[in-house]
Design a binder for this molecule. Sequence first.
Ligand SMILES: [Fe+2]
Ligand SMILES: [Fe+2]
Length: 290
Amino acid sequence: MVPGAVSPKDKLKLVTEKISSLPTLPKVISEITSLMQNPRTSAEEVGRAITMDQSLASKVLRLVNSAFYGFPGRVNTITHAIVILGFNTVKNIVLTASVFDKLGGKGQCGTFDLEKFWLHSIATGVIAKEIAKKVNFRSSEESFLAGLLHDIGKVILFKFLNEEFVQVQQQLEKEPSLFIDAEIKSIGITHNEIGSWLATKWNLPDDLSSAILYHHTPVLATKHRTMVYAVHAADILARSLCIGAPGDKKIPVFSSDVWDDLKFSRQLIDKIYRDIEYELEKSAIFFQIM
Ligand SMILES: [Fe+2]
Ligand SMILES: [Fe+2]
């Protein structure tokens, strides 16, 4: 490193210290997590914890009853949802609802459009889940969440670090490139680093944090590789289908390690494209709860 230069870690600290009003995840997420660690916890107890936050609980029920999740029968209470879907699924849905509640919405800065950004993120989640299913990876629900959150650092830049966000936009205008390359050139810190910092702050599971940090450099991941690889591939497939807009116009190079490891082929990609079509139609519900 050049003497006197700021290390990437210090840069992250400098940048994130500027965020004074970072949204926190509702207390209910950490409550459910600790309740779930106790094998004697009942569905009623968890249901009560979630229902304490009425607005969140109603969003969770809208998701549970949506075509996207497609659970049979009408679910009227959170407790009922837990009984039929299990703690883990409900926790993932609560997390999804909270993210849209805290960081969803509309907005624009330069060529960046928040609604189109979320469409890219939802598509990445849907494709990551489909890839997980195709390779028999058991965490397919978590893969959806990892895809949904992979670029969350861009939202943090957009909503809370406007000065830095504008610098990235100016760099992209000057020289069209991947968002991450523009970040490195203009502000010296990337959305992956900011996103994984947020994931740690929010106490999100380690696999989600790894997928956020390594989706552009999958071979650097030392753990949770399948999740990281699925998200890396899903981001690229969502971009090549032009679903939504991630904030740049280039498509990253598909890592050959990921291609080989997940046993990708042209036929598999075509099958994924076919199988996600209906899933994407059903994902309109997310825009209704934002
Ligand atoms: Fe990214
Ligand atoms: Fe992306």
